[in-house]
Write a protein that binds this ligand. Structure first.
Ligand code: MRU
Length: 334
């Protein structure tokens, strides 16, 4: 049985913790059927770059191959466009299928590797955190977003468990509130001190010296270190750089896309206008903007790697100068 905070798979069925219902309800959804998983990925029932790749791999790993394998793989691969972990995982499954290898064993390996990658990143990331740090984070980068302890939140967790006193400032993360709904849920369960803020309050905290570092994840990292992450990361980084606060991205190698030379070639998902006009609740849609108001709703933004203090990968900590010199291509070339 493969078991993580948000994914379960027993070799016959795949189950996902429906993240759209958190924190009100902890409800598991069966997503063995690729059509169900594709809907779940699009609706963010399963979300976070590594988690959607792992879920897609497991879904393919439960299949016997067959004539429609490539069609199903292509449909899963296209479910969301920005997080390259999804393409990375599906491409690994297709390579296993082409080589005649066990699909289940490959999917299982993708799951267990993600757990190990999280541990490695968390160890390196935790080493950056100092006693008494205020750490600002955006979106959700914990166990819900990966098969393991997470990326940025995994580093924070390991530092806390290692005895460092710290405080996490949680951006609510407009518009879908992954910070408010999911990161606070994880931090509460872990007993890590935290405070929820709106995204628009972050600059004040940075100005007032209450944040010693910003730690976020990424959905795709270009060869030069430019990275896509949840929309709001760019503004947060600009404010942090302005106030001299270091920004760290914590991500596994499966998030690096060496085919993107820089951030301009990263595809950015645009989502439905309804997500900004209101919210869908169990009792219907609560709308706070006129029904037809024009909306622009990019789900991610791209931040220059040159704004980073460091990129924490599973292989170690890379600084901005080495990123600009192309260290990623050297470290991760196949
Ligand atoms: O739209 P989401 O919730 O899938 O966006 C997730 C993020 O932006 C995370 O920061 C990112 O996946 C890296 S954390 C594992």
């Amino acid at each position: 049985m493969l078991n993580s905070l948000s994914i379960r798979c027993d070799g016959r069925q795949l189950w996902l913790l429906d993240q759209t219902l958190l924190p009100q309800e902890e409800s598991w959804l069966e997503a063995t059927d690729p059509a169900v998983l594709i809907e779940a990925i699009r609706a963010l029932r399963v979300r976070g770059a590594p988690a959607i790749g792992v879920a897609a791999a497991l879904c393919l790993g439960l299949r016997q191959g067959g004539p429609d394998f490539l069609r199903v793989a292509a449909a899963l691969r296209a479910a969301r466009p920005t997080a390259v972990n999804l393409m990375w995982a599906v491409d690994r499954m297709v390579s296993a299928w082409e080589a005649g290898n066990s699909l289940w064993e490959e999917a299982e390996a993708i799951f267990t590797e993600d757990v190990a990658l999280c541990e490695a990143m968390a160890g390196y990331g935790a080493s950056l955190i100092e006693e008494g740090d205020g750490i600002l984070t955006h979106c959700n980068t914990g166990g819900l977003a990966t098969a393991g302890v997470g990326t940025a939140l995994g580093a924070i967790r390991r530092a806390w468990e290692g005895g460092r006193r710290l405080h996490v400032w949680v951006d609510e993360t407009r518009p879908l509130l992954q910070g408010a709904r999911l990161t606070t849920w994880e931090l509460q369960r872990l007993g890590i001190p935290h405070t929820l803020i709106t995204d628009s309050m972050a600059a004040l905290l940075l100005r007032d010296g209450r944040v010693q570092r910003v730690m976020v994840g990424a959905d795709r990292i270009a060869a030069n270190g430019d990275f896509a992450n949840k929309v709001g990361t760019y503004g947060l980084t600009v404010a942090a750089v302005f106030h001299g606060v270091p920004v760290h991205v914590v991500a596994p190698r499966s998030t690096v896309d060496l085919y993107c030379p820089d951030g301009s070639s990263i595809p950015v998902e645009e989502r439905a206008p309804a997500e900004l006009r209101g919210v869908v609740t169990a009792n219907g849609t609560l709308r706070w903007a006129p029904a037809e108001v024009p909306v622009w709703n990019p789900a991610f933004d791209v931040t220059p790697g040159s704004y980073l203090h460091s990129l924490v990968l599973d292989v170690g900590i890379l600084d901005r100068r080495s990123l600009a010199e192309g260290v990623l291509s050297r470290v991760l070339a196949p």
